[in-house]
Design a protein around this ligand. Structure first.
Ligand SMILES: [Zn+2]
Length: 145
């Protein structure tokens, strides 16, 4: 198993492209096949989806120091594991990428933003980590029946 740093999924090694070195050693790509393919597509499109997210952040927070590169859209939502849409046509849905502030009070600054699905962002709202834990602790036993 190997973890893809882009989508944070822990995947079997077959999900990573292999490269044969001149030495004969085989090395695996850093990112999983899905993320690799996706970043190729985004590159071709000139990062338009990330650019669009970035513009909306700049609209909300002009002093933000994040760049479109900080807002690369992963293949799947790192929280919920659902595939993320790569274009913004049509209505906003659960799978629409959105920018979440890890700690809301810190704002849209480098290191405090992560691209997640709109559903994950909505569920989290402005909850703190402690509150999210309380929610899970409260509801988990009720589901076990
Ligand atoms: Zn990946």
């Amino acid at each position: 198993m190997k973890t893809c740093p882009s989508c944070t999924r822990n995947l079997p090694r077959t999900q990573f492209s292999a490269r044969k070195q001149l030495s004969g050693n085989v090395t695996l790509r850093t990112y999983c096949k899905l993320c690799d393919r996706l970043s190729a597509t985004q590159e071709r499109r000139g990062w338009k989806p990330a650019l669009r997210l970035w513009k909306s952040v700049k609209g909300r927070c002009p002093s933000s120091d994040i760049t479109p590169d900080d807002l690369r859209i992963p293949a799947v939502c790192p929280v919920l594991g659902i595939p993320l849409r790569q274009e913004f046509s049509g209505k906003r849905s659960d799978a629409t990428p959105s920018v979440d502030r890890i700690e809301p009070a810190k704002g849209y600054v480098k290191g405090n933003v992560v691209v997640v699905s709109w559903r994950a962002n909505r569920l989290k709202g402005d909850a703190t980590l402690a509150e999210l834990r309380q929610l899970a602790t409260f509801y988990a036993p009720m589901e076990e029946k």
